[in-house]
Design a protein around this ligand. Structure first.
Ligand SMILES: C[S@@+](CC[C@H](N)C(=O)[O-])C[C@H]1O[C@@H](n2cnc3c(N)ncnc32)[C@H](O)[C@@H]1O
Length: 441
């Protein structure tokens, strides 16, 4: 088959990117925005690792789970590859994906139900909208790193966030601001990052550019101010396509956002990680607390919170232990984790800026270790150290069940899986959060 050729095929499965999969001429094929139970006519657009990727030309047999999405960009935008399917079916697909990983790790199909998110729109507290080379402001098409959508609506954040994006777009147009071009590495405007404190009413907006002063700065501040408690100009001087700012200048308000979860308030610096779904972060903290309590951990225990960010789990669990130690690579997050402890009257927590894999654990003997690594999972040294040092219990919070399954190959040498819970922090996409309790064999 050549690129541009058409084929009609049945979707029988899904892959980890949330694409519907089937066979074309007995070879693997996939297409975004489709799910099992459908038949589609597609146009061949790419071949990657033996899989043909098709773009939908027509859905010849639609799934009964297709529904009317709220967003006009659903079916095109990489932000929500499943918005056109009903939520019950999305959850079932997530369950299938997470159980597939658990089975591949020899753990059996353990998840009976994925805990749903009670709100299907406006649930995110952070979006990083990128600027495309033609001046689009929005997100990319899935699987197409240089194809941008000019999102005049997006329902993942609040309606005011969409208005702020429109203000930013007008500012670019009125001042003839050159958009960043990720191929030529030229241009100025790169990202608008919007973070919302769902329980505090705060909103942080960071305009990320390449090096140079902000044109029409006063006008931009005035226009964005109604939508922001904090406004920041961030500079990314590198060619890397990231919204992370190496330099930041506060244009309005305090240099951070505050969000409240589980009765605790957290200060969050503009570049630092925080769970992106506030409601479900609260539910996840409850699950982790129950695992710590239910496991009968004595209150004299020490909890080690690895990959602790701004102290979300450590501070949330501080009442349940005598001592909490948090470790995190991001020094800015650690600086505020200490402030967050103080802010919440937590006196038994300490935080250290370090790579988790650099710890020697010579002087520490934690009873419970909470690990919440990035999508890449645990550094092999961390998995090995856990197996060597043998803390009684590990609570592994994973946003990528595939890397959890890989890490289990090491952890499973010394641990048994006692409990697994899956939570949906990411409606309209294939991701799912997995929280497991591992106990020494
Ligand atoms: C999924 S986030 C979890 C953060 C925190 N537990 C929370 O719930 O907000 C992963 C965190 O790991 C941090 N990180 C990445 N690589 C690391 C490493 N090698 N050592 C320690 N922390 C790391 C990231 O900066 C990020 O804050």
């Amino acid at each position: 088959m050549k690129f541009g050729d058409h084929a009609t095929f049945e979707i029988t499965d899904i892959d980890r990117k949330g694409r519907g999969c089937g066979l074309v001429n007995e070879r693997p094929a996939c297409a975004y925005f489709t799910l099992p139970g459908e038949e589609i006519e597609g146009v061949l657009v790419k071949r990657q690792q033996g899989v043909k990727r098709f773009q939908i030309a027509r859905v010849t047999k639609p799934s009964p789970h297709r529904t009317t999405p709220r967003c006009a960009f659903a079916g095109k935008c990489g932000g929500c590859v499943w918005q056109q399917f009903d939520y019950g079916y999305q959850l079932e697909m997530k369950r299938r994906l997470v159980n597939r990983s658990l089975v591949s790790a020899g753990l059996g199909g353990l998840i009976i139900e994925v805990i749903p998110c009670p709100v299907l729109y406006g649930f995110r507290n952070r979006m990083d909208y990128c600027v495309g080379w033609r001046g689009e402001v929005g997100l990319k098409e899935p699987g197409r790193w240089n194809s941008y959508l000019d999102l005049t609506e997006c329902h993942l954040l609040s309606p005011d966030a969409t208005k702020a994006v429109a203000v930013f777009r007008d500012w670019m147009r009125d001042n003839k601001i050159e958009p960043w071009d990720g191929v030529k590495y030229t241009g100025y405007a790169r990202y608008i990052v919007i973070r919302e404190g769902k329980n505090t009413g705060e909103r942080l907006i960071m305009v990320v550019t390449s090096v140079g002063p902000l044109p029409a700065e006063k006008e931009l501040i005035a226009a964005l101010s109604p939508f922001a408690t904090t406004l920041i100009h961030g500079i990314n001087p590198t060619i890397t396509d990231l919204s992370v700012a190496a330099e930041m200048r506060v244009l309005k308000g305090e240099p951070f956002l505050r969000e409240a979860v589980g009765g605790k308030t957290f200060i969050i610096p503009p570049n630092s990680f925080f769970q992106t779904n506030t409601i479900m972060a609260g539910k996840m903290l409850e699950v982790v607390k129950q695992l710590v309590c239910g496991a009968g951990v004595n209150p004299a225990a020490m909890i080690l919170d690895l990959y602790c960010g701004v102290g979300f789990f450590g501070i949330g669990l501080a009442d349940l232990a005598e001592r909490v130690v948090g470790v995190e690579l991001d020094a800015a997050a650690i600086e505020v984790a200490e402030k967050n402890a103080e802010l919440n009257g937590v006196r038994n927590a300490e935080f250290h800026a370090a790579a988790a894999e650099s710890l020697s654990w010579e002087n520490e003997k934690p009873d419970v270790v909470v690990v919440d690594p990035p999508r890449s999972g645990l550094h092999p040294k961390v998995a090995r150290l856990l197996v060597e040092k043998k803390p009684e219990r590990i609570i592994y919070v994973s946003c990528n069940h595939d890397s959890f399954a890989r890490d289990w190959k090491i952890l499973g040498e010394a641990y048994q899986l006692k409990q697994a819970t899956a939570l949906d922090l990411f409606p309209h996409g294939p991701h799912v959060e997995l929280v497991t309790l591992l106990e020494l064999k």
